[in-house]
Design a protein around this ligand. Structure first.
Ligand code: FES
Length: 122
């Protein structure tokens, strides 16, 4: 039991270092290989990392994933808490999305192909 408590403490320490608990946006991006060739996907991933770093904010969290099961018109992205699914997240389109996220505007219509309310009640 003490071993489990120690594991939980280590997990909590790791989460705290990542500022989990004060996040406002979580952006997932698929780097392929089916929706986009790996090189293009990685370029978008690196660009997203740079954009978030420039924000110098603990509110944005990013996660690179291997597949979001859409597998076309990538890089595919998913943003919480909006529940917005986006296609073609090139570096240029990531700039557009970040602009919207910073101002609180809704996502660019031409990039969003699905919305999920994730159980939120209207
Ligand atoms: S490989 Fe990107 S969504 Fe499946």
């Amino acid at each position: 039991m003490a071993h489990l408590e120690k594991d939980i403490e280590q997990l909590q320490f790791s989460a705290e270092k990542l500022k989990i608990g004060s996040l406002k946006k979580h952006i997932f991006i698929c780097t392929g290989p089916k929706c986009v060739v790996g090189e293009e996907g990685l370029k978008s991933w690196e660009h997203l990392k740079d954009c978030i770093k420039k924000e110098n904010s603990n509110e944005f969290f990013r996660t690179k994933v291997g597949c979001l099961r859409i597998c076309q018109k990538g890089p595919i992205g998913l943003i919480y808490p909006e529940g917005a699914w986006l296609h073609t997240l090139t570096p240029e389109n990531i700039d557009r999305v970040m602009g919207h996220l910073k101002t609180g505007e809704s996502m660019p219509d031409d990039l969003v192909f699905a919305m999920d309310s994730l159980g939120k009640k209207d």
